[in-house]
Design a protein around this ligand. Structure first.
Ligand SMILES: Cc1cc2nc3c(=O)[nH]c(=O)nc-3n(C[C@H](O)[C@H](O)[C@H](O)COP(=O)(O)OP(=O)(O)OC[C@H]3O[C@@H](n4cnc5c(N)ncnc54)[C@H](O)[C@@H]3O)c2cc1C
Ligand code: FES
Length: 531
């Protein structure tokens, strides 16, 4: 298995572990920004959201520039599992109760349109990315009741998705599932980085410009430009597609919460498992309001093997200890489940974690940034970022072109959803964030710096304010542990070798370099504390 030696530059991806995507395709790099530029639209972020928005705008004749901190797909799109679905994480029965029948129908229409758009782009632009249409199966987590599936059957039919109730035992590939399951036709999957590379090339063919290793600073936007690598980018419109929006200081970060989610990948003999997508309905007894679920798919690998990709075991970023199961221990939970349900699973060849943004009212945010007229954001895509990022391409292009779009209200970042479920989740998530501020008062993670093993780190001091990383050679490096966003104390994530902020999900490499917003700057170096 690949190891997780610290990757300190944060350029290739937002964690230390390699993924089966980053390991099987070369991520595209373009030139760094090295002059001032003017454009109609600047898009910040070259994940699926940023690149799809850029492509759709360029198709509509706009002059677009993309600014990317790392390489193509350096963010969560390089760490995804890429189920491309209109079977939404939070279920249509729930969406209908929050947004009414029309809202649920728009959710289904827009995600279905996104699957179709991916397929169209693959065909039109000749992108060889293992795109495949296939069925998805939703089955009960042992803690859940059949009523969940009955409700979802009814709700999906109302919105025009032709699900069918089947026997769990009749699902292809998977074993040991009794009870009912819901079959979703016409879902899809692909290799996300092959797709992104193809999308980036297609955008450039349309006359678009991409600058990689170009860090955008949105603080200067109030003065009419974006500072990037020391140069000025002056757009008429800006689209912030950085997953967690880096332009927003507080508003959007009270409407969504960052969660880590984990993936293991096993080899299976080629053709041993019929391709499908499988998900359970989530742990109803979880300490997390998101009720994490298991998700599985296959992927062609080489002449002898396919890959079996299994995700789950989510927790709120920086708060893994709330379940007394540290980040690096979560893969074992996944492996036990995988071997029970897929006895064909062989050697585990990859493992990694990534971050998803969970909105308090289940739907993502695409549209004008609250309070700004010419700034648009895409965020809050939960575990449905492939379709959410793609439908952002359609929606933001319409919004910038002044064209009415029936989905705009559902995804409006300025919306307030005052239904009981979302208010309860809001209160739970805000409590969990605010309670992190008392971390300053807790004892140091270690009594002396010698207890920190090479390649690991700890948060120390009284108050607890210094992040100390001990490199592989044994030397200590110290940074402030106070997150530059809103002052929470970061936590050490020994699995991805990063400092993770438990409040709004900013993340920093072991050398203090920011790899995930909302923080825009690094952890400041400080003097190594006395031993
Ligand atoms: C383990 C895992 C499994 C998942 N499984 C699925 C799935 O099966 N199906 C699904 O639909 N979704 C899934 N998701 C969610 C999905 O992967 C994400 O929602 C989606 O990839 C987000 O895309 P994005 O373009 O919005 O963000 P990203 O891909 O994170 O792109 C944002 C980009 O912005 C760049 N950036 C950040 N700050 C700056 C800055 N200051 N200047 C310049 N650039 C900057 C980053 O480098 C990054 O490349 C999963 C996520 C994870 C982590
Ligand atoms: S991410 Fe908000 S305080 Fe750290």
């Amino acid at each position: 298995m690949e190891n997780n030696k610290p990757n300190t530059d944060g350029v290739q991806t937002s964690g230390t572990h390699k993924t089966c995507w980053t390991e099987t395709v070369q991520q595209r790099a373009f030139q760094k920004l090295s002059e001032d530029v003017k454009c109609e639209v600047a898009v910040i972020g070259a994940g699926i959201s940023g690149l799809t928005v850029a492509y759709c705008l360029a198709k509509a004749g706009k002059q677009v520039v993309v600014l990317e901190d790392g390489l193509i797909g350096s963010g969560e799109t390089g760490r995804t599992t890429a189920h491309i679905v209109n079977a939404l994480d939070d279920f249509y029965s729930e969406i209908e109760s929050l947004f009414g029948e029309e809202g649920a129908r728009h959710a289904a229409e827009s995600h279905t349109a996104a699957i179709n758009l991916v397929e169209k782009i693959v065909i039109d632009e000749h992108i060889d990315c293992d795109f495949k249409r296939l069925d998805g199966y939703l089955f009960l987590h042992p803690s859940d009741e059949p009523q969940t599936l009955d409700d979802e059957l009814e709700a999906t039919h109302k919105v025009g998705i032709h699900t069918v109730m089947v026997e769990g035992g009749s699902m292809p590939g998977i074993s040991g599932v009794s009870g009912p399951a819901l079959k979703y036709p016409q879902q899809a999957q692909f290799h996300p980085l092959k797709y992104l590379n193809g999308l980036a090339d297609a955008f450039v063919r349309l006359g678009g410009k991409i600058y990689t290793q170009t860090h955008a600073n949105t603080k200067t936007m109030k003065d009419g430009y974006i500072e990037a690598n020391g140069y000025k980018v002056q757009p008429e419109y800006t689209v912030v597609a950085t997953n967690s929006p880096i332009n927003d200081w507080a508003t959007m970060h009270t409407k969504q919460s960052p969660y880590r989610t984990y993936v293991i990948v096993a080899k299976v003999p080629k053709g041993a498992i019929e391709p499908a997508l499988w998900w359970d309905t989530g742990d109803q007894n979880s300490v997390w309001p998101t009720m994490p679920y298991n998700y599985v798919r296959t992927q062609p690998y080489n002449d002898q093997y396919d890959l079996l990709i299994h995700g789950g075991a989510d927790h709120k970023t920086g708060q893994a200890n709330k379940e007394e199961e540290l980040e690096e221990d979560r893969y074992q939970r996944l492996e036990t489940w995988l071997r029970q349900h897929f006895p064909q699973a062989g050697e585990i060849v990859y493992r990694w974690s990534g971050q998803v943004m969970e909105p308090v009212d289940d739907m993502g945010f695409i549209g004008k940034n609250p309070g700004d007229d010419k700034v648009y954001i895409v965020t809050g895509d939960s575990g449905n970022g492939m379709t959410h990022g793609t439908l952002a391409g359609i929606l933001i292009t319409d919004l910038i072109n002044g064209k009415e779009n029936p989905w705009a209200k559902l995804y409006d970042p300025g919306r307030i959803t005052l239904k009981m479920q979302s208010v309860k989740t809001f209160i739970e998530e805000q409590y969990s964030t605010l309670s992190q501020y008392v971390d300053f008062l807790l004892p140091s993670d270690v009594e002396s710096l010698q207890q920190i093993k090479p390649g690991e780190a700890a948060i120390v001091g009284r108050p607890k304010k210094v992040a100390v990383y001990r490199d592989e050679a044994g030397a200590y490096h110290a940074y402030t542990a106070v997150c530059p966003h809103m002052g929470c104390v970061v936590q050490w994530n020994n699995d991805e070798k990063s400092f993770d902020c438990p409040c709004h999900g900013s993340r920093f490499t072991c050398e203090g370099k920011v790899v995930n917003g909302p923080a825009l700057s690094d952890l400041e170096p400080v003097k190594v504390p006395e031993q």
